[in-house]
Design a binder for this molecule. Structure first.
Ligand code: SF4
Ligand code: SF4
Length: 164
């Protein structure tokens, strides 16, 4: 979604947001029911890997918590869909969480806000006002609308996430 300001090649070389430390497991992508409907026809998809089902299969997440091999808090476990050249999912299969990254929709004291993750090295090198203007003009309305229709995608607000 942020292709206008974040190049695909930059992400392909980085891939930071497709691996998770224990403390960032809350960031692991949520698969919507629509994602799962598309994925079930993928020959490489094994639904049994989606180990955390919530709200009667309305959405699901991979439980990566038992994949760590050490006690090192910096150890990262990759998303099962991370391949050599980046994400192996098609645009239709890819979770919305990943499509909007490094943006997040968050609940701040009852208000639904769009925020910028502080950990994406590339987007945070850009001028914040430039990012804000791009998101305000091109994305914000649709993002908020989608999140309101899929409220389980909304994360709790974290104070280090600048609001756009
Ligand atoms: S952290 Fe940022 S630059 Fe790196 S892959 Fe994710 S969105 Fe792209
Ligand atoms: S689904 Fe794709 S984009 Fe999302 S975390 Fe996994 S590998 Fe990365």
């Amino acid at each position: 979604m942020l292709g206008g300001i974040l190049k695909k090649e930059t992400c392909a070389a980085c891939r930071f947001c497709c691996s998770f430390r224990r403390t960032s497991l809350w960031e692991a992508p949520v698969f919507t029911y629509e994602n799962m409907l598309v994925l079930k026809d993928d020959p490489f998809f094994d639904g049994s890997d989606l180990t955390v089902y919530l709200e009667d299969y309305t959405y699901a997440k991979y439980d990566l918590s038992d994949k760590y091999k050490t006690d090192d808090p910096n150890e990262e476990v990759p998303c099962p869909y991370l391949g050599e050249k980046g994400c192996t999912l098609s645009e239709r299969e890819k979770p919305w969480d990943c499509k909007i990254w490094p943006l997040r929709v968050m609940n701040k004291d009852g208000e639904i806000v769009v925020a910028l993750t502080p950990t994406c090295p590339s987007i945070n090198r850009l001028d914040f006002e430039t990012v804000k203007e791009f998101v305000d003009t091109n994305l914000k309305k649709d993002i908020i609308e989608y999140a309101n229709n899929h409220p389980y995608l909304i994360k709790e607000y974290r104070s280090d996430y600048p609001i756009i």
